[in-house]
Each structure stands twice: as C-alpha cells, then as structure tokens.
Ligand binder design. Structure first.
Ligand code: TYD
Ligand code: MG
Length: 455
C-alpha cells in the first residue's frame, strides 16, 4: 500500500489544503474543510483516469455504435420526462436532495416500475435495513420478484453483489454511507465518497448498468457534499420541495443525454409519490378569487405550460430600507419590476414593504412572469382587482416595455383549457385565435395596468 498523508479537504468542492483554513481557497465556502487521510490504494491515482472513457480506440464518428446509449423508459412518467425518455444503460445519475424529501421513496417506486417489465434491479440500502425497505415497498404495493434488495455499506461487498445479481439497474442509497475499507479515511469523508463513486462509475460503464447514486445535500454530520461528485456522473438530478407541503419538484442540473430544463412534479401522500398530471389545476386550486394583489400568470417550465397565481402585498413602512420578500419568485426580477413600476408606471413602492410569492410552492423562474408580478403589485398597491378570468404573460423591459415570450400559443391554450376567457400579452405576432378567448396586446406597463383594471 502506498504511503498515506493527512490533508484537509473541502466538503463542498473537494479541493485539498495542506493545513486547516477557515475558508476554502478554491470555492470560497466557510468552515467546510475536514481532516482526511489520503494515499493507500485509492489515493491520488483516481484523478488521472476518466472512467467514462476508459481504454478506447479512435474511430470515424459515423461508425460509432449508439444503440446501447438509448434511454430505457423507467415507466414512471414524471421521471422519464426529466430524463428525456428514461435511464441510459451504463449511465450514472446522482439524485441529490435534503434528508426526508423523499429520495428513497422515489427510487423505490422507480425500480419497482422498471421491474414490471421483467428487468432486474438491485437496490443497495446503506441506511435502512432490508426489512424496513420491504415494509415500505409492501405498504406502497411495490413488491416485485425482480427487485433485489441488499443492505450493505462496504464497496467491495456491493461490487460483489452487482456481479452475482447481474442487474440492469443499481440504486445506491446513499453514496455518503458507502466506504471502502482499503482506504484509510472515515466513511462519509470526501476521499471515500469520491473514491466509491469512481469505482461505481467504472462498474456501471464496464457492465452497461444504469446506476443511481443518492446524495444528501447537507453540511451537517460531517457528510461530504455531493457537489464533489457532479463532474464524474452523467446526470445530476435535484429533488426538492417544502417538507411542510406535499409538492416535490425534480429537475436535472446536468444531463449528458438531453436537455436540463424539464420539470417533474410529484405529490407525496400515503401511497408514496404521485406524478402531478395537471399542475395548473393544482397551483390554482386555492386561488384567492376577487381579491386585490393577485394575478394569474401563463408561464412555461421546460416544455410544459403552467398557470401560476402570483400574489403581492404592499405595506407602508417608515423604515428607510423597506423589506423585499420573494418566495418562488426570483428576487432579482422583483427588484427590476419594482424599479420599472416606480419609474415608468407611476407606482411608487419606495415607502412600502413588499411581499410577493408564487402560490402553492410553485417556482416561477422565467422572465415571462414579470407582467403578472407587476400587475399583482399594482393591484395590491391600488387595491384594485384583476378580473378572475384574465391571464397574463410578458417580460418587463427596463424602459417599461412589454417584451415577447416564447410559446405564446401553448400558454394561452392551457389558460383557455382552465376556463380563462381573456389574456394580456406582449405586442407582436398574435397567437392562433381560440374560440371564446380574447387576447389583448399591451406594449408597456402603464397601458397594461390601465387595461387590467378596466377590462
Ligand atoms: P424518504 O424517501 O425516506 O426520504 P429521503 O430518502 O429523501 O430521506 O421519505 C421520507 C418522508 O416521506 C417521510 O418523512 C415520510 C414521507 N412519506 C410519505 O409521506 N408517504 C409515503 O408513502 C412514504 C414512503 C414516505
Ligand atoms: Mg433515504
């Protein structure tokens, strides 16, 4: 075994320092350095070898066989949407999320779906006992003959199990609890997590097994942040949601086999995670009809149109620095919209605390929601109501102009489907007419506000 030495590794980015320092010189995070032993069999050699490539021979591009790189549907529609069709054999996916958000439940459901067509999966539970996982599977009606279960934290053991079970899909729950006894450092340390992930990536590539690694996103308890793994896996999925609400959102932060802008939506109930097939209906369910400070935005998330209610509250304050609060809305966009409202639409919020939110735990991240936010704010300030059959969309420019948004047709047909009758949209190409649905274009914020409250 090679000589070992002690270094300090950052749990956020994996950078190593010879001495302990308060702030990582590589990523700038504070108090993230932990002591580690490196060297031994898994020491520095991993960095020089990219297991995704391995030993290969160059060949002309059209001759490269891509058949084995076609995604295999998991059968769980919301996950397949995010992954652009399914899991690619031989690919490695990291599923990150806070403890308790539902990662184990999601993967149990995913594997059970996959096993329905007779393909074999191995679920390695490194946190819960086999019995616990079986009980949960039984409760959710997910007992499957081809879903193999093992409770283990040791990397060599896991590799042995993969060899003997020969699954098409392997789940490692979680990567932070797996360790290789050959390596000197403690389980959960950056070196262990990175080394074990590397070994599992090599196993996946060599055998063409789709592999999903669970990674807890937390700095507590000395666990290494999964960010150190992001560059060695093919896909990084982020699973989040407010634990007090039932809504969960799945997004790809990185995806080597497709787009990263699709959103998967789930509701957690006593039968596990259920895909949300009509998210607009969910977000509009408890809508505050007839009250000031609310506007419905026809937004788009990935390829999916989504209707979201944006609410705002403006409260006079004597404080020199009024509060600006944005939940589910980008705070930068809120600042821009407030400034433009003040400058170009005679709506002064400089002496008001402003609270804004996207209702129901929705996250509105595209600029097409600006106009809705602006109207909700103006509505709150003037105590005037935007009629409840009106939907809006448009980006607000710094000169107060309303700018075009992509996929106007799809946004408006979603609105019409949910019973809306009128829309305020940016000027320019008008969408295909929809029966019983009136579309008005507005060129600037002042005009939009005048129209919205006199419709
Ligand atoms: P879990 O999948 O264990 O989360 P993670 O692996 O991300 O830590 O899910 C934990 C939470 O999900 C738990 O607090 C209870 C809730 N839950 C349900 O509400 N319904 C269910 O059917 C299941 C299995 C879990
Ligand atoms: Mg878990």
């Amino acid at each position: 075994m090679a000589k070992t030495k002690t270094v300090f590794a950052c749990t956020e980015c994996g950078a190593q320092e010879p001495k302990w320092v308060g702030r990582c010189s590589s990523c700038g995070s504070w108090s993230t350095l932990v002591e580690e032993t490196v060297g031994g069999s898994g020491g520095s050699s991993v960095g020089s070898f990219n297991p995704a490539i391995g030993a290969d021979t160059p060949m002309p591009m059209p001759d490269i066989d891509i058949d084995e790189w076609v995604p295999v549907p998991t059968g769980f529609e919301e996950i397949d949407r995010v992954l652009g069709g399914g899991l690619v054999p031989g690919s490695v996916t990291l599923l990150g999320g806070e403890p308790g958000v539902g990662k184990s439940t999601l993967l149990l459901q995913l594997t059970a779906h996959r096993c329905q067509n007779g393909s074999r999966s191995l679920y390695v539970s490194a946190e819960e006992s086999k019995q616990q996982v079986r009980l949960r599977a039984e409760r959710l009606g997910l007992l499957q003959q081809e879903l193999w279960l093992v409770s283990s934290t040791s990397l060599p053991e896991i590799v042995h199990h993969i060899d003997s079970v020969k699954p098409e899909l392997v789940i490692i729950d979680s990567i932070q609890t797996i360790f290789d006894p050959e390596l000197g450092s403690a389980p959960g340390s950056v070196g262990q997590v990175r080394h074990c992930a590397h070994q599992l990536v090599m196993e996946a590539k060599a055998r063409g097994i789709a592999t999903v690694l669970v990674g807890h996103v937390t700095k507590d308890g000395g666990l290494a942040g999964p960010r150190v793994l992001e560059h060695i896996v093919d896909t990084v999925l982020e699973f989040d949601g407010d634990r007090n609400l039932d809504l969960r959102q799945l997004r790809a932060a990185k995806h080597r086999f497709g787009a990263t802008n699709e959103l998967g939506l789930f509701e957690m109930n006593n039968l596990g995670l259920q895909g949300v097939s009509d998210p607009s209906a969910l977000f509009l369910a408890d809508r505050a009809v007839g009250s000031a400070g609310s506007a419905v935005v026809a937004t788009i998330d990935g390829h999916r149109p989504l209707l979201v209610e944006v609410q705002a509250l403006a409260d006079e304050t004597a404080h020199p620095n009024p509060r600006r609060s944005a939940q589910g809305i980008d705070s930068g966009r809120l600042a821009v919209v407030l400034a433009v409202l003040g400058k170009h639409a005679n709506q002064d919020f400089s002496k008001s605390d402003v609270y804004s939110l996207a209702v129901g735990g929705a996250k509105v991240i595209e600029p097409g929601a600006d106009l809705g936010l602006a109207l909700a704010l103006a509505s709150a300030r003037m105590n005037r109501v935007v009629p409840d059959d009106v939907v809006v969309c448009g980006e607000v420019g710094l000169a107060g102009e309303i700018r075009r948004v992509a996929h106007l047709d799809r946004r408006l047909s979603e609105a019409a489907r949910h019973g809306f009758k009128r829309a305020l949209v940016p000027p320019g190409a008008l969408p295909e007419p929809i029966e019983g649905f009136k579309v008005r274009s507005v060129s600037n914020l002042g005009e939009a506000i005048r129209l919205a409250f006199s419709l």
